[in-house]
Design a protein around this ligand. Sequence first.
Ligand code: AKB
Length: 352
Amino acid sequence: MNANAPSPSGQRREKVVLVTGAGGEMGHGLISALAAAGRAIVAMDIRELDAEVREHCRSAYVGDICDPGLMERLHAQYEVAEIFHLAALLSTRGEFAPETAHHVNVGGTLNLLRLAAEQARSHGQRVKFMFPSSIAAYGLPSLDEKRRHPVVGEDQFPHPHTMYGVNKRAGEELGRYYQDHYRKLAKDRLAHPIDFRSIRFPGIVSSETVPSGGTSDYGPEMIHAVAQGKAYECFVRPDTRIPFMTMPEAIDALLRLAAAPKERLSRTVYNVSAFSPTAADFERLARAAFPGASVRFVPDLGRQAIVDSWPEECDDSAARRDWGWTPTYTFETAFERYLLPKVRARYAGAMA
Ligand code: AKB
């Protein structure tokens, strides 16, 4: 293994971790955690990164993961040991432009997998590829089926109803191919160029950022709206139930899986989740925290159909057994200990 493989130009390439979609919800928290662990970070996003993200990074690129020229620049400049590929067009946004979603979500992932394989060939070590998948990769055929199967395991209901879900499943399969079968017949084949690991994330609630373009957004949107004294129209029924977790738990899960010894892992794709509240549960805790909060349920039938195809709960026993996943919060303690203190502080001015 060549610890500091010279780049094509003959200069030593710095060993880095590459984070795509760095400006998104998860990117903020992940980059802070990686920086705290002393990692040399190269970040990229389609938009300019916030200063507090950029300051943690060796370099920050504004660019498109579908741009082969950018991939070539990264290949020449850095020795990439690990990739956290967060960039994606989420489920709701993807339904208005499914071909664009496919281009970004699958084309972009393929670009990153190719970069990882080329990096492995050039520096002689497998590149660890962390791929956030989603509960959108499941496709419960009907609401009745969803209610008949309240807890879903990784190998069940594999036919997603959204382009985003199809793309996430494609990313999972592409990762498995690059890890185990890449260039199977090539004479100069490099076996196992990447170490692919993936988590099917549930809805995520963050005290710092409000998501956009997702169909699980109703949870975080409601909390951030009522904390600002704004009326909120929830786009799903009160009885809608899917799994959620907090952003700190999501980042902890990603880093814990990344750190797990490969021999402990019985699968490449894992479920994780922390709690499965209904939309009415979100309203109940929001009203308790912000008396007088105005929340109305006005289901958007299209978005409702999407969440009705996602599981009520995910069986995350494999993650608990293989790499020690365990939630930090219940739904109630997530509100009390994580969300409310930070959201109240964040919007104190708005409520004055
Ligand atoms: C979405 O709502 O599309 C995402 C997800 C569940 O992966 N937050």
